[in-house]
Design a protein around this ligand. Structure first.
Ligand code: MN
Length: 491
C-alpha cells in the first residue's frame, strides 16, 4: 500500500523513497568477541589489545560465550528466529587498522534470522518493519590522522570488539520512519542491556540504504550512506539523498550503486567509493572456528529470562495504571523513566494517582531535567520523593499550585517534600472557619464588587477567589474556597 503522504514531488511526477537500515551495535561485554582483551571506552590507545586483536601470525580466536548470549537475547527481543547453527566467515579486505587482513563476520548463516520491530510514530500511529538478520562480527581498529603532521597512527583498542550488525528490510518510506526505527531499536537494546546505544561514542552506527522509484514501480539502484552517527543526521541525510537521486534521474542520468558519506558541515552526501559486492570480499568459513551450535534449551532459558520490553510495558501501563497510550509511550521509551515512574506511583493501597504522577514526571520533572541538561538517573528529585509530593497533593496537604514551588525547591536542594512544606509553613488551609473568615474579610472590603456580582457580573467570582488566595498566601484549599465562596455569594 502506497501512502500518498510519503511521496516526493519531482519535475516528472511523484516518487517513492525506499529505505533500509544497517546498524552496527557494539555488544556490551567486558571482553572482545574472540579474545580476553578489555573493551572499555576511552582507554589510552593500544592498551586493550591482545595478540589475537593485533593479528599476529598463528594466534587463534576463542569465542566469547557472553557475546553469543547477548546476540541471542537481542534476537529474541526483536522477535526473531534464532539459528541454532551459525557459521563465522572471513571477510577479506585490506585496511591499515585491520591487522588480520580480514574481518571475522557471518555471511550465509548468521546467528539470528528474520524478526520484526514496531515503530512508534506521531499521533499514536504504529508500523511494523521487518528485520532481515542479525550477525556477529569483529570491529576494526581506528586510524588516527590528527596526531602527527605526516603520519597516521593506528589504535587497536577497538580491534576485535564484538558488533551485532542488525539489518532491516527495505520497509521504511520516509526519514521520520527511519528515525523512529533507530529510536525503537536503541530502546530495545538498552532494555536488554546488550548495547548502550550511545551514538556519540560510536557504540551504535548506522548505514542508510536509499533508493527512489516511481510509486509501485521497479526498485531503483540504491546508495548506501555510511556511518551516520546521530538520528538527526540520518534523517537529514535521507532527505538530501532522496532529492539528489530524483534530480539525477529526472535530468536523464542514472544512479550508480555506491557508498556515500554524509558531510555534516555542508549538509550533503558525497561519493566515497563505488559499492563493493559480496564476491569482492571472498568470504569463506573461518578455518580457525567451528560452526557455532546452540542448545535449544539454553535459548529457551534466555527467552524466559528476558526483561519486560517497551511494547508489552506500554500495554501494561495503559491497563494497570489507566494511562493514555501516549503517556504510557513516553514513560516506557527509556527503561530508566519507566522504572522511575513505577517507584513514584507506588503500588497497592498506598499507591498514588497514576495519571497525576505521570503528569508530574512528563511535564514538571522532564521540564527541569531538560533545562538543567540532566538525565533522569541524575535527577536531584528521587522517584520516592516525587511520589511523596503527589501524595501531599492527593491528601490535600498542599495545592497543586504550591506543589510546583515545593518541587522547584526539591530539585534545587534534594530535600523531601514534607520537610520543605513544614519548614516553609506551606500546609494548605482546610479549616472552614479560617477560610470563611478570609472570605468574609474580602467581601466586606469589596462591597461594591459584591453588588456588581449580584447584578450579574459573574466574572467577578474569579476576582474574589484571587483575593482570598492572596490573603492566605495561596494556601486556601481551592475546592473548599470555591464551595464556601459560592455559598456566601448566594450563587
Ligand atoms: Mn558490518
Amino acid at each position: 500500500m502506497i501512502d500518498e503522504k510519503n511521496l516526493i514531488e519531482g519535475k516528472t511526477g511523484k516518487w517513492e523513497v525506499i529505505l533500509g537500515l544497517e546498524v552496527h551495535a557494539q555488544v556490551i561485554s567486558n571482553s572482545k568477541l574472540f579474545s580476553g582483551a578489555a573493551t572499555k571506552f576511552g582507554a589510552e590507545p593500544n592498551t586493550q589489545v591482545s595478540l589475537v586483536d593485533a593479528g599476529f601470525p598463528g594466534m587463534l580466536p576463542v569465542i566469547n560465550e557472553y557475546c553469543i548470549e547477548q546476540a541471542v537475547k537481542t534476537g529474541l527481543g526483536l522477535n526473531a528466529e534464532i539459528n541454532l547453527k551459525s557459521v563465522f566467515d572471513r571477510k577479506n579486505y585490506f585496511y591499515a587498522d585491520l591487522p588480520q587482513g580480514y574481518q571475522i563476520s557471518q555471511y550465509l548463516q548468521p546467528i539470528v534470522g528474520k524478526g520484526t520491530i514496531i515503530l512508534d510514530l506521531p499521533e499514536g500511529r504504529r508500523r511494523e518493519v521487518g528485520i532481515t538478520r542479525l550477525h556477529l562480527e569483529q570491529d576494526a581498529g581506528k586510524s588516527l590522522h590528527d596526531q602527527h603532521p605526516t603520519k597516521t597512527y593506528v589504535d587497536l583498542n577497538r580491534s576485535g570488539v564484538a558488533l551485532m550488525e542488525i539489518v532491516s528490510e527495505p520497509d521504511m518510506r520516509n526519514s521520520e520512519e527511519a528515525a523512529a526505527y533507530l529510536r525503537k531499536l536503541r530502546s530495545i537494546l538498552r532494555y536488554l542491556g546488550t548495547c548502550d546505544g550511545n551514538m556519540d561514542e560510536g557504540s551504535m552506527r548506522c548505514d542508510v540504504n536509499v533508493s527512489v522509484r516511481k510509486p509501485g514501480g521497479e526498485l531503483g539502484t540504491r546508495c548506501e550512506i555510511k556511518n551516520v552517527n546521530s538520528i538527526r543526521f540520518v534523517a537529514a541525510a535521507i532527505e538530501y539523498e532522496a532529492r539528489r537521486q530524483i534530480e539525477v534521474i529526472e535530468d536523464g542520468g542514472s544512479i550508480l550503486q555506491e557508498t556515500r558519506l554524509w558531510d555534516t558541515n555542508k549538509g550533503i552526501t558525497r561519493s566515497m567509493r563505488s559499492k563493493e559486492h559480496a564476491h569482492d570480499y571472498r568470504y569463506f568459513p573461518d578455518p580457525d572456528l567451528l560452526p557455532l551450535k546452540l542448545d535449544a534449551d539454553w535459548v529457551a532459558k534466555l527467552k524466559a529470562g528476558l526483561p519486560e520490553l517497551p511494547d508489552p510495558k506500554r500495554t501494561r501501563f495503559t491497563s494497570e495504571f489507566g494511562l493514555s497510550d501516549y503517556d504510557a509511550g513516553v514513560l516506557v521509551a527509556e527503561k530508566e523513566t519507566a522504572d522511575y515512574y513505577e517507584v513514584a506511583v507506588g503500588s497497592g493501597p498506598g499507591g498514588r494517582d497514576a495519571k497525576l504522577t505521570a503528569n508530574w514526571v512528563i511535564s514538571e520533572l522532564f521540564g527541569l531535567l531538560n533545562k538543567s541538561g540532566k538525565s533522569i538517573e541524575q535527577s536531584p528529585v528521587s522517584a520516592q520523593h516525587l511520589g511523596e509530593l503527589v501524595g501531599l497533593i492527593q491528601d490535600n496537604t498542599i495545592s497543586g499550585r504550591i506543589a510546583k514551588d515545593v518541587f522547584a525547591e526539591m530539585f534545587e536542594t534534594g530535600k523531601a517534600p514534607a520537610k520543605i512544606v513544614d519548614e516553609k509553613g506551606l500546609k494548605q488551609v482546610t479549616d472552614t472557619g479560617a477560610i470563611d473568615q478570609a472570605i468574609d474579610d474580602i467581601l466586606a472590603k469589596n462591597a461594591d464588587k459584591v453588588a456588581e456580582y449580584k447584578s450579574g457580573k459573574d466574572k467577578l467570582f474569579g476576582f474574589f477567589v484571587g483575593q482570598v488566595m492572596k490573603a492566605t498566601a495561596g494556601k486556601a484549599n481551592p475546592a473548599m474556597l470555591n464551595e464556601r465562596l459560592k455559598a456566601k455569594l448566594g450563587a
